[in-house]
Ligand binder design. Structure first.
Ligand code: GDP
Length: 294
C-alpha cells in the first residue's frame, strides 16, 4: 500500500542525502509533499495544518529518524493519523422502540432521494421493514422519483398531494408506519440549491414533530469546500447525527470527507459509490484514507 507515496518520500530523503539519520528538516520536506497532496484532494487548509502538526510530532521522534526505513515509517504515521481523523465506522443508531425515524437532509442534487432508496434496501436486508417518505413537496419530480425507486425495490412509499405540509406528512407517515408494522421510516426532505432560512426552519419543524433517531446529511463528495460549508450550516441548525458521502465512485479523492468530519465532528456513516440502489457501503476509514493518499 502507498507505494507511490512511500517512493516519493524515499526520493525526497535520498535527495536530502540521508546522512545516516534523518533530521527534522528532512521530515518537514516530506510533509510538504503531504500538504500538497491533501490540498489537491480538497482538504481545507486549517484542517491540513492541524493534521500535519500531529503527524510531525510523531514523525520527528528519535525511533523514526534513526530507523532503516524512515520513508515507510513516516507514511505509516500519515496513514494512521488520517484514519484517526476520519473517525471510526458508525452504524445507524436505532434506539428506542420502532418505528425508528431517519431524516435525510441535504442540498438539491446531493443524492438524497437515491440515498433514501439505497438506505431502505440496505436496512431491509438487515431485517428492518422500511417505509420511504416523500417529504419534498416543492419538487413533484422528486416525489415521483422516490415512488419509482420504491416500486423497483418493492419498498412502500408514503406520499401525499402537493398541497400537504411536510411537517404533517412526516407526522402522518410515522402514524402510518406504526399502523402498518414498519420498523424504519426514512424521510426524503426538500433540498434547495442554496441553504436558506425557510428550508432550515422547515427541517427543524419536522425534527421537532417526529424526533428522528438519526438526522443524516447527504453530501456530494465532488463539491469540495461547498460541501464543508453546507455541512457546517446544517449541523449548526439541526445537530446532525451522521453524514453520508455520495459520488465517491467519481473523480473526487474524498478530501472533503476529512474537512467535514473535522469541522462537524459528526461520524461518516455510509458512502455512495454509484447510482444503483445497492451501491451504498458502510463507511470504512481505512479505505478512504488509502484513496485520499493516492
Ligand atoms: P437529490 O436532489 O439530493 O434528491 O439527488 P438525487 O438522488 O436526485 O441524485 C442526483 C444525481 O446524483 C442522480 O443522477 C443520482 O443518480 C446521482 N447519484 C446519487 N448518488 C450517487 C453516487 O453515489 N454515485 C453516482 N455516480 N451518482 C449518484
Amino acid at each position: 500500500m502507498f507505494e507511490g507515496l512511500t517512493q516519493k518520500f524515499q526520493q525526497i530523503f535520498d535527495r536530502l542525502g540521508r546522512r545516516g539519520v534523518l533530521t527534522e528538516a528532512d521530515v518537514d520536506a516530506a510533509l510538504r509533499e503531504i500538504r500538497l497532496a491533501l490540498l489537491e484532494a480538497d482538504v481545507h487548509y486549517t484542517v491540513v495544518r492541524d493534521f500535519l502538526a500531529r503527524v510531525r510530532e510523531r514523525a520527528v521522534g528519535a525511533e523514526v529518524l534513526r530507523s532503516l526505513t524512515p520513508a515507510q515509517q513516516v507514511v505509516k504515521i500519515v496513514y494512521e493519523e488520517l484514519v484517526k481523523t476520519l473517525g471510526s465506522p458508525a452504524p445507524l443508531h436505532l434506539a428506542g422502540s420502532p418505528p425508528h425515524g431517519v431524516m435525510l437532509v441535504g442540498l438539491q442534487g446531493s443524492g438524497k432521494t437515491t440515498t433514501a432508496a439505497k438506505l431502505a434496501l440496505r436496512m431491509r436486508k438487515a431485517g428492518q421493514r422500511p417505509l420511504l417518505v416523500a417529504a419534498d413537496v416543492y419538487r413533484p419530480a422528486a416525489i415521483d422519483q422516490l415512488e419509482l425507486l420504491g416500486k423497483q425495490l418493492n419498498i412502500p412509499v408514503y406520499r401525499e398531494g402537493p398541497e400537504a405540509n411536510p411537517v404533517d406528512i412526516a407526522r402522518r407517515a410515522m402514524r402510518f408506519a406504526r399502523d402498518h408494522g414498519h420498523t424504519l421510516v426514512i424521510l426524503d426532505t426538500a433540498g434547495r440549491l442554496h441553504i436558506d432560512e425557510e428550508m432550515m426552519a422547515e427541517l427543524e419543524a419536522i425534527r421537532a414533530a417526529i424526533r428522528p433517531e438519526e438526522i443524516l446529511l447527504v453530501v456530494d463528495a465532488m463539491t469540495g469546500q461547498d460541501a464543508v460549508r453546507a455541512a457546517e450550516a446544517f449541523h449548526r441548525r439541526l445537530s446532525l447525527t451522521g453524514l453520508i458521502l455520495t459520488k465517491l465512485d467519481g473523480d473526487a479523492r474524498g478530501g472533503a470527507a476529512i474537512s467535514i468530519r473535522a469541522v462537524t465532528g459528526v461520524p461518516i456513516k455510509f458512502i455512495g459509490v454509484g447510482e444503483k440502489p445497492d451501491q451504498l457501503e458502510p463507511f470504512q476509514p481505512e479505505r478512504l484514507a488509502s484513496r485520499i493518499l493516492g
